[in-house]
Design a protein around this ligand. Structure first.
Ligand code: PYC
Length: 317
């Protein structure tokens, strides 16, 4: 007889990008911080990630969220994020999805709440109709106009910035058009940049891998957005949303260039033309404290069944 494990999940999407929050059935780690839980999941319980995200129960675009009890008194929850290949540092679209999920469960109401994450404490303001404003962690530009030789594209210049993940931010310019009909080319271009960064030993300030590539172009409709992006996530999926950590990195670069000040608004469209609204405060430590507003919608409440007789119980790896 086979044994069944059950994981309770709530799915949502933020500007088209899916989030799957595990709300029950996973191993629990009382008293541990999200960073500590991330290490324990990675070393001993990676099946939670792979069963949730990989086919046949998931797909490559889903970002998973493990929900934990907070270790800090002023936080309502702890969270860490994972995807089809591993664990993320931060995720703002996922934080918006988490806030809408907690509201759906009746665990939080309208107002401002704090969430503990591996990157630091985030604040989320829930204003109703799925709208959430996240104050993300300090974001900053590390290096400007870094040249990288990308086979097939000659030299590409980009900025390296932290927005809760490491990003390489490139102006599409003459290289490529930011258009949904160009998805394959955008993916190939971004993968080629990421491979070239690794080959050249170019990293974030802390030596962290630059695992997100963000390519910018003009918005489809200037009345709705200031810019449109394509973001390649680790694992090869593209972000369906404008990417909140990526928008934070963009805001940090605009601020460093003197193009964005506290009080200004930046409307960042993603590849599907959904928009995040960004604004900033200056950080006393340098860089900015970005605020990102977006909307999420619940799409499913379900139970994943993991049968130990199933050859794909932990996903198609
Ligand atoms: O919104 O920060 C974000 C994000 C990271 C990866 C996918 N979405």
């Amino acid at each position: 007889m086979s044994n069944l494990r059950r994981l309770q999940v709530i799915d949502s999407h933020t500007g088209g990008e899916p989030t799957r929050v595990v709300v029950g059935g996973a191993p629990e780690f009382a008293g541990r911080t999200p960073s500590e839980i991330r290490e324990l999941l990675q070393s001993d319980h990676d099946w939670v990630r792979s069963a949730c995200i990989l086919e046949p129960r998931g797909h490559e675009a889903i970002v998973g969220a493990y929900l934990s009890e907070p270790t800090l008194d002023d936080c309502v929850a702890g969270v860490l994020f994972f995807n089809n290949v591993g664990y993320l540092n931060g995720c703002v679209h996922g934080t918006i999805g988490l806030a809408v999920t907690l509201a759906h469960l009746g665990r939080i109401g309208p107002g401002v709440h704090k969430v503990e994450a591996p990157t630091g404490v985030l604040s989320v303001e829930v204003t109703g109709h799925g709208e959430v404003t996240v104050q993300n962690v300090r974001s900053y530009r590390y290096q400007k106009n870094v040249p990288v030789h990308v086979p097939g594209y000659a030299e590409v210049l980009g900025d390296i910035a932290w927005g809760g993940n490491w990003f390489f931010l490139v102006e599409a310019g003459t290289h490529i058009d930011i258009n949904i009909t160009n998805l394959d080319k955008l993916t190939q271009f971004s993968e080629a940049i990421r491979d070239s960064l690794v080959k050249a030993g170019i990293t974030g300030e802390d030596g962290g891998e630059i695992d997100h590539i963000e390519v910018f172009g003009p918005p489809m409709n200037p009345a709705q957005a200031d810019s449109k992006n394509f973001v390649l996530c680790p694992g090869g999926a593209y972000d369906r949303s404008p990417c909140g950590t990526g928008t934070s990195a963009k805001l940090a670069c605009l601020h460093a260039d003197g193009k964005l000040r506290p009080g200004d608004i930046w409307r960042q469209a993603g590849i599907l033309d959904t928009v995040f609204i960004g604004s900033i405060e200056e950080s006393a430590k340098g860089g900015i404290l970005p605020t990102i507003k977006g909307s999420a919608f619940i799409t499913a409440e379900s139970e994943l069944i993991i049968d130990d007789a199933d050859p794909f119980q932990h996903g198609i790896v």
